[in-house]
Design a protein around this ligand. Structure first.
Ligand SMILES: Cc1cc2nc3c(=O)[nH]c(=O)nc-3n(C[C@H](O)[C@H](O)[C@H](O)COP(=O)(O)OP(=O)(O)OC[C@H]3O[C@@H](n4cnc5c(N)ncnc54)[C@H](O)[C@@H]3O)c2cc1C
Length: 319
């Protein structure tokens, strides 16, 4: 049968799921695996980023079971295959409205309506932007939030990376495969990234650092030509020529859809230790509800926990 899901505006009849999962990152796909193995035939709506943030990175070296690392996108595909093997239905569709005021919960997606006895929210997070002049205009013209996606466009070019955490260093090191130089601009005088990554970055001859500095403008008309940088200690402003700007300064949770319906804290969905939200039958897992760990393994673990709790909830409801 032709599946209308994912075609914006397409009208289908409302479909029912015992467990509906929003998000196809590690949390959502792990939840799908667990709910499928409990015979609950979960439906998972992928959102626009299949595999989530993990799929944006070239290689993941800290997910157990892969001693040589695993491709970020490849890991998402493996998760999907395993969940589908046990009966999960994965649909390329995005939720745009939810009604959690009564059960079954209602979810409106681009491709149709769903009702659900239980809901697992695994909508993750999206990159924080610099919010400086020029950035918005030059996205896709030299400004990027994904080295794996865009790195190959910068062969023998000069790029800057903004940020000082694990993602900034990991992605900066990945960019050295293509770029002639990678300059990491960080607002402090020391990095937040783990020791292994710091050592690798400092040992790489293509990587340079500009400390105590923030980007105040991305300069260019048709494409990025330079960044304006301000030294936060001296206030001195300089123009640094570059072909690309890769921004890795953190992430903000994708939870606006649930505003006013679930308890939140600083934009994160509030959950207890068992992933329960403020509405019985609704669970949240991964970076949508986790301001602390932000890893593939922790997000997947929370997804599994949410599905175990949803399974118990449905058993209790059935009496
Ligand atoms: C560049 C980079 C490198 C990283 N490297 C590592 C690493 O090496 N090791 C590690 O452990 N972690 C790494 N991380 C972190 C890791 O990727 C995240 O912690 C993890 O992906 C979070 O999983 P999640 O499932 O909570 O959310 P996400 O991965 O953010 O996935 C969210 C999902 O929700 C979907 N979605 C959003 N809104 C909707 C909606 N309205 N309806 C339906 N679906 C929706 C999206 O399409 C997406 O599929 C990295 C992150 C980045 C950005």
């Amino acid at each position: 049968m032709f599946n209308l899901s994912g075609i914006p505006g397409a009208k289908t009849e409302s479909r029912h799921a015992k467990v509906l999962i929003l998000g196809s990152g590690p949390a959502g796909l792990a939840a799908a695996l667990y709910a499928a193995r409990a015979d609950l035939e979960p439906i998972l709506l992928t959102g626009t980023e299949f595999g989530g943030q993990a799929a944006l990175t070239y290689t993941i070296e800290n997910y157990p079971g892969f001693p040589d690392g695993v491709g970020g996108a490849q890991l998402g595909e493996l998760f999907q295959k395993q969940a589908e093997h046990f009966g999960a239905k994965i649909e390329f569709d995005t939720a745009n409205k939810v009604d959690l005021s009564q059960r079954p919960f209602k979810v409106t997606a681009d491709g149709g309506e769903f009702t659900a006895d239980s809901l697992i929210i695994a909508t993750g997070a999206s990159p924080v932007h610099l919010n400086v002049p020029g950035e918005g205009l030059l996205v896709g013209k030299g400004v990027s939030y994904c080295a794996t996606c865009d790195g190959a466009f910068f062969k023998e070019k000069k790029v800057v990376v903004v940020g000082g955490g694990d993602s900034a260093l990991e992605e900066g090191l990945f960019l050295t495969r293509f770029a002639s130089s990678v300059t990491i601009i960080h607002r402090r005088d020391s990095l937040r990234a783990g020791a292994v990554l710091q050592d690798r970055a400092k040992a790489n001859p293509k990587v340079k650092f500009i400390w105590n500095s923030v980007v105040t403008e991305v300069v260019g008309k048709e494409k990025v030509e330079a960044v304006k940088i301000k030294n936060v200690q001296t206030g001195e402003e300089t123009v640094f020529p570059t072909d690309g700007v890769f921004v890795f300064i953190g992430h903000t949770p994708n939870t606006q859809l649930f505003d006013g319906q679930l308890e939140m804290e600083n934009g994160f969905i509030k959950v207890d230790q068992r992933m329960h939200t403020s509405v019985p039958g609704v669970y949240a897992a991964g970076e949508a509800s986790d301001p602390h760990f932000k890893q593939v393994i922790t997000s997947a673990g929370m997804g599994a926990a949410a599905a175990i709790e949803a399974t118990k909830f449905l058993e209790q409801q059935a009496g």
